[in-house]
Design a protein. Sequence first.
Length: 337
Amino acid sequence: MIPVNVVTGFLGSGKTTLLREVLARPEFSDTAVIVNEFGEVGLDHILLEEVEEGVLLLDSGCLCCTIRSDLQETLKALYDRAAAGAIPRFSRVVVETTGLADPAPIVSTIAAEPVLRNHFRIGNIICTVEAVAGHATLRDQPEAAKQVSVADRILLTKCDLAEEGAIAEVEAELHRLNPFAEIWRTTGQGFNADVLFREDLGDAERRATEVARWLEKAHTLGHHHIEDSHTNSFVLRYEHPIDWTAFGVWLTMLLHAHGEKVIRVKGILNLRESETPVVIQGVQHVVHPPMHLTHWPDADRSSRIVFITRDVEEAAIRSSLRRFLAAVRPADSEAAA
């Protein structure tokens, strides 16, 4: 399965600078980058040839193409042409969104389209945030706050232009909006590209490490309400093995009723039907296929589900899960803690 990494971020936050550096690196020679316009990325210094209309081969070996009609058709065309030998094969895709775009529809496109999900999977959602004006942007622009909330990785850009106090203020706001995303700083070059683009939950070798990372953060997380933003982050915990069917019905109904408001959900489940833990994660309406781990990433064997929501109360989600699980096994009437 080819991972599709999404680069999002508000206008002027540094997405193009990030892409230029990735496109120039030989270690990313097996990468296909999809952008809205070639000119916006500025490829003159790394352009090798045009292998076909709208698809460029770069000195580094990367492919770069523009979105022709929609993302679905672009991904299908890239895959078919690589399979036919018309363009070099690639092992990852990076998609840049526009500055005002919600990245969730990209996730939905890949998860819901049958042909795409046979060949592609979602990798990391990477959000760029400017260190200088980031705090004001997050305060005044709901789109920017949403982009941060759905991210797996956050890259704080232009750190060479901001005072340490301003950077710390932005980082504190990022932690409040998304307590589970890793935050990295950059001055425009030299960032950790591996952790941004290569290391993700879908990588079988890194799943346990990735889950352990966000469970460690969840362990210290109580209830976080972002003042004036209607955003909450919280953890539901259930001590007993739970029924997969009941949980699946509950999550489906929750997302059907409140999908736009359930910004992120991640969880590790102790299921009656499985001897090993199962990881779930979703973005709004879209839930990724569940993934089995070979072992527990820590000593805790409880089910833990972490949420980032907007205008949905924690108490409502907690009580509905309790009712579903108790209905399957009434003896297990303990609340999800």
